[in-house]
Every structure is written in structure tokens, then in C-alpha cells.
Design a binder for this molecule. Structure first.
Ligand SMILES: [Zn+2]
Length: 78
């Protein structure tokens, strides 16, 4: 009878550990997903939202493309 109790205790602890590990792995996965997406920034010319890692930065302003980065440097029309 003691052995039966020990086996059931082992099985229960195994299941608990397994589900805990799965939760930790899922949490880690969602964290890395958020890191990959990164912060979204707005293009100074067209207002398009793009990930910061793909943005073109010129004089401290963010742009969606090189064209808009050049447009952003043009002096305002009279
Ligand atoms: Zn743009």
C-alpha cells in the first residue's frame, strides 16, 4: 500500500512539474515575440507606423524610407 501511494505521488509531481515547465516556456516565447516586434514609430512625412529597427533615422527624426528621409530634410516651401 505504501508503494502505491509513492507511485501516485511521483505521477502527480511529474504532471505538476511538466505543466509548470510548459507555462515558463510559453511566457518566454511571448516575451521574445514582443522583443522582436519592437517599438513602432511614426514616419515624419507620411505618418506610416513601422518598427523602429526598419526605420531610417535622419537628424533625430524617423522615416519609413530613404525617400521620405530626403523629403524631410527639404526646407518648407514658401
Ligand atoms: Zn513615410
Amino acid at each position: 500500500m505504501k508503494i502505491l501511494f509513492l507511485i501516485s505521488l511521483l505521477v502527480v509531481s511529474f504532471i505538476v512539474i511538466k505543466s509548470f515547465k510548459r507555462k515558463v516556456a510559453q511566457r518566454r516565447l511571448t516575451r521574445t515575440k514582443h522583443k522582436k516586434i519592437g517599438d513602432m514609430i511614426e514616419c515624419d512625412v507620411c505618418g506610416l507606423h513601422i518598427p523602429e529597427s526598419k526605420a531610417t533615422i535622419n537628424r533625430g527624426k524617423f522615416y519609413c524610407s530613404l525617400d521620405h528621409a530626403n523629403q524631410g530634410n527639404l526646407p518648407p516651401a514658401p
